[in-house]
Unconditional design. Structure first.
Length: 612
């Protein structure tokens, strides 16, 4: 009798697992602002079953599609405590199999979690190129591309453990927030280190570590008062995503008779003269042949993406998002996605990659924009990336100043700040993982690097630093492609000739870069006058630029000489901001300057003066 019972258990268990291959989200949380969660069950012909759930939980909707292998079941968790419930699947009024599902307890005060803001400095790194902390996961049997550090575009072995190992380095640098390019599985055959063609958005790529490792990274960061920002992709997945061979619906992705790439003309979104075909190709065209374009106008897709984002926030205890190719998605749908997240987490910051080069077009995408209001559009997106300032910072310190170039380009940029509803919540940067390297543009001229960093550290917004620039890392994208701007951080691998993670391991030149950057951004940490103060700037003269950051109790004067000659600055011109202050103490050198006299500025130099 026992043998028969055992055979019965083996049979029913194997039958159950044959029926359900995936459940997403794999679990959920009790006490959410939106009490409904739509659970996707995937398995052979699973749609044929009727489904019920235990613990007095109500099923509010069951959605079947043209693909019988999917069943979308929406439950209402209102007033349901954390519990393990059981879904029962029946055919002809007989139970075919059951499935456990967990509603977990949220962290205390989870909904009110704080996020990053203009008091932070964000450090951007690519995990595969930062540090290899676990040699055992360099390759994995479940993924196609294997470790090959000799290949510029291959997998080099950097991982989550490598990041954890060097959190003290990041903190010492003055960073408070860490933006890591995507960590979810990317099972493409080549260039998978990029990880923007994700193939499983509920799973950390095993070559980076495990889901538990990611949770541990967040926990270790929080112990050091560091914030973790996830790089989220709403526009596309990878061609090897597990759904691509068995789509839930035919319109889950945008499909054309022949491959159609986006035209990248995102101006069509607000262009009242745009043609319908141009708009469709912009929104629906694929970003690349290996990146199927998701159809966010399909409610199932939009809900899937929304729940996945919220699941990661809860599960990994995240502090914010950076969203890739934000305005390539359908504008109405991505607005719903953003609002759903910020409704759940009112203080959660999300910065969108809006690579527009016009302030009005960029402003259009920030929450409560006066530009968007013209077309009755509100993105609900708290922050956007300031690509206009970035473009300027990658050119101006090589330019002789005139009406439009040099420091006038910076001045003109800030002259358009009136277009933005919240300039303090712009992400500002000189470079990132897609642009030319700052130190290549300026040929490792430390003076030009200092001017760039000083400006980033003292103007409005949230400064972002790209890994390695703080030790002088360069690389020419025009000659070496993406690999040239995504080189391995020296010291992140066993046997590296230089270990730039330590003062002793760095060269003198690397320490010159690091020491300046560290002192600058650690000073910035404590300066609310920089974080949230007002700004007054003065029209550049002779390629010099002077501006002030101030509040009711503090004032900081910044002087940048972008010319190749010593400039004498007459302080009387700035009396409206200097007022009764007499002395300016330079924050890097501690040198004092008499504000009642002229100030001499050396060529290609910057002074940051706290007024006393």
């Amino acid at each position: 009798m026992k043998k028969l019972f055992l055979l019965f258990l083996i049979f029913t268990t194997s039958f159950m697992f044959a029926q359900i291959e995936r459940i997403e989200p794999p679990f959920w949380y009790a006490g959410m602002h939106n009490p409904e969660v739509q659970i996707m069950f995937y398995g052979k012909n699973i749609a044929q079953y009727q489904v019920s759930v235990s613990h007095s939980i109500k099923i509010s909707n069951v959605k079947r599609t043209e693909n019988p292998n999917y069943l979308f079941v929406t439950i209402n968790t209102k007033n349901v405590p954390a519990t393990n419930c059981i879904f029962t699947f029946q055919a002809k009024n007989k139970t075919a199999f059951t499935q456990n599902y967990s509603l977990k307890q949220r962290r205390e005060n989870s909904a009110q979690r704080a996020s990053y803001d203009s008091s932070d400095m964000m450090y951007l790194l690519m995990p595969d190129r930062f540090s290899n902390g676990n040699l055992n996961n360099d390759s994995d049997t479940s993924t196609t591309e294997k470790y090959d550090r000799t290949s510029p575009g291959g997998r080099h072995g950097g991982d989550i453990q490598g990041i954890i190992n060097h959190l003290d380095y990041i903190k010492e640098l003055g960073a408070t927030t860490l933006w890591i390019t995507p960590l979810c599985e990317d099972n493409e055959a080549a260039y998978s280190y990029h990880t923007y063609a994700q193939t499983d958005v509920y799973k950390i790529d095993p070559r980076y570590g495990t889901n538990d490792d990611y949770v541990r990274l967040a926990a270790e960061m929080h112990k050091k008062n560091l914030k973790l920002v996830m790089d989220y992709v709403t526009n596309h997945w990878g061609l090897q995503h597990w759904m691509m061979n068995d789509l839930p619906t035919q319109d889950w992705i945008h499909q054309f008779e022949n491959f159609t790439q986006t035209n990248h003309r995102r101006t069509v979104i607000h262009d009242t003269n745009a043609s319908k075909i141009d708009t469709k190709i912009c929104m629906d065209g694929w970003f690349a042949p290996t990146m199927p374009d998701l159809n966010q106008t399909n409610p199932l897709v939009l809900n899937y993406l929304t729940q996945n984002a919220i699941w990661w926030i809860e599960y990994a205890n995240l502090d914010g998002f950076r969203v890739d190719t934000y305005n390539y998605a359908d504008p109405i749908a991505i607005t719903k996605w953003t609002k759903a997240i910020t409704d759940e987490y009112p203080h959660f910051n999300i910065v969108g990659e809006i690579s527009m080069r016009d302030q009005a077009q960029l402003s259009y995408w920030q929450k409560d924009s006066p530009i968007g209001k013209i077309q009755n559009f509100n993105s609900h997106l708290p922050s956007v990336m300031d690509f206009i300032l970035s473009d300027a910072l990658l050119t101006v310190f090589n330019e002789d100043g005139n009406w439009e170039s040099g420091m006038a380009k910076i001045y003109n940029n800030f002259a358009n700040d009136f277009l933005f509803p919240n300039v303090n919540n712009l992400l500002i940067f000189a470079e990132n993982h897609d642009t030319q390297r700052l130190n290549h543009v300026y040929q490792n001229d430390l003076g030009k690097y200092k001017m760039t960093m000083a400006l980033l550290a003292t103007v409005r917004g949230i400064p972002q630093l790209y890994y390695g620039s703080e030790i002088g890392m360069a690389g020419n994208k025009e000659e070496g492609g993406d690999a040239a701007i995504r080189q391995d951080f020296p010291g992140g691998w066993e046997g590296d000739a230089i270990n730039a993670f330590t003062k002793e391991g760095r060269t003198q030149v690397q320490n010159d870069y690091f020491d300046f950057t560290s002192k600058l951004f650690n000073w910035r940490k404590t300066k609310s006058v920089i974080h949230f103060g007002k700004m007054t700037h003065y029209i550049p003269e002779d390629n010099t630029y002077v501006y002030f950051r101030y509040n009711s109790s503090e004032s900081v004067m910044i002087l940048i000489n972008n010319s190749n000659q010593t400039r004498t600055i007459n302080t009387h011109r700035f009396q409206e901001n200097i007022g009764n202050y007499k002395i300016g103490k330079e924050v890097i050198t501690d040198q004092s300057f008499d504000l009642t006299n002229e100030i001499n500025l050396e060529p290609k130099s910057v002074l940051i003066l706290e007024l006393k």
